[in-house]
Design a binder for this molecule. Structure first.
Ligand SMILES: NC(=O)N[C@@H](CC(=O)O)C(=O)O
Ligand SMILES: [Zn+2]
Ligand SMILES: [Zn+2]
Length: 345
């Protein structure tokens, strides 16, 4: 097979940042994806519908001429988000989901939820209006080993949350463990998960063996091979519960290559090509379209994109870097390395 045509994909988990950084990165996603769920962890975070509407306008203004890319907005849940804000979000038609960051779990999560019990009425309203709660599923207890934080989150937070709100739509974002893949596969249909390309392609050796590679440091952190295999199995299983979410998270080169580097992998420029590599490893390229283009819209109650894209089997190398904010570069995942599939322009 030398070419594959699929319904245009969407990215159900994307960080675009703001201002100059936004302008530097948004074109990479817009060249591939029809839509993307835009993460709200700006500084300060997007916590109101009014802020989300304004952020959406800034994204639209930063798009390349003629782009029909559609940003789908989210709100950042805090301990004090009132249920009325969820009603406003639902009425807006522009806000599609609310994001739960446990306080301190990841980049720009200082205003996140300290105890989910504080949010009970607001989460009940989400269930009521049928809006998904997107979850960064890691505990922030520093006593818990970083490699175990997702598995512990399932027991300590996810299961009690779903027991209290059985009808709540939940996307377990960027799952990285066998435990999460198995939990989602066995859960009712209102529970789904996104999976990144980097967690499908790499285990923690890529980051830590033979030298420390900061561009492979992201949260949740890369796990051991057994978990990567479980994610590949889930993504290619044909189950509609798993869909594409790159978690492409831009940070300037200097902020990654540092004595205390930021978490986040920049995968937007070659997103669909990276997923194609992972699916090909499993001999499952025929399952890519459902994962990348059909399962996500179905879960969110949206139509699939009307147009299509073609991937060609043609070896190419990712550039060493792209321009970022003034005087800074951004290094993509697999910079300088080659990929077997290329999106046809
Ligand atoms: N994934 C990451 O490693 N980083 C994300 C935050 C997140 O998705 O947790 C970021 O905003 O940089
Ligand atoms: Zn996250
Ligand atoms: Zn993210």
């Amino acid at each position: 097979m030398d070419a594959i045509t699929l319904t245009r994909p969407d990215d159900w988990h994307l960080h675009l940042r703001d201002d100059e950084a936004l302008s530097a990165v948004v074109g990479h996603t817009a060249a591939q994806m029809g839509r993307a769920i835009i993460m709200p962890n700006l500084k300060p975070p997007i916590t109101t519908t009014a802020q989300a509407l304004a952020y959406r306008q800034r994204i639209l203004a930063a798009l390349p001429e003629g782009s029909s890319f559609e940003p789908l907005m989210t709100l950042y849940l805090t301990d004090t988000t009132p249920p009325e804000e969820i009603e406003r979000a639902a009425e807006s038609g522009v806000v599609k989901a609310v994001k739960l960051y446990p306080a301190g779990a990841t980049t720009n999560s200082a205003s996140g939820v300290t105890d989910i019990a504080h949010c009970d009425d607001t989460i009940a309203m989400l269930a009521n209006v049928g809006m998904p709660l997107l979850v960064h599923g890691e505990v922030t207890d520093h006593e818990i080993d970083i490699f175990d934080r997702e598995a512990v989150f399932i027991e300590q937070v996810m299961k009690p949350l779903l027991a209290r709100h059985p009808n709540l739509k939940v996307v377990f974002e960027h799952i990285t463990t066998q435990q999460a893949a198995e939990f989602v596969a066995a859960a009712p249909d209102n529970i789904a998960a996104t999976i990144t390309a980097h967690h499908l392609l790499f285990n923690r050796n890529k980051m830590l063996a033979g030298g420390i590679r900061p561009h492979y440091y992201c949260l949740p952190i890369l796990k051991r091979e057994q978990h990567r295999q479980a994610l590949l199995k889930a993504a290619t299983s044909g189950s509609p519960k798993f869909f594409l979410g790159t978690d492409s998270a831009p940070h300037a080169q200097g902020d990654k290559e540092s004595s205390c580097g930021c978490a986040g992998a920049y995968t937007a420029p070659a997103a669909i090509e990276l997923y194609a590599a992972a699916f090909e490893e499993m001999g499952a390229l025929d399952k890519l379209e459902a994962f990348a283009s059909l399962n996500g819209p179905r879960f969110y109650g949206l139509p699939a994109n009307a147009d299509s894209v073609t991937l060609e089997r043609r070896s190419w190398s990712l550039p060493a870097h792209y321009p970022y904010t003034a005087g800074q570069h951004i290094i993509p995942l697999m910079a300088g390395e080659s990929l077997a599939w290329k999106l046809k322009a």
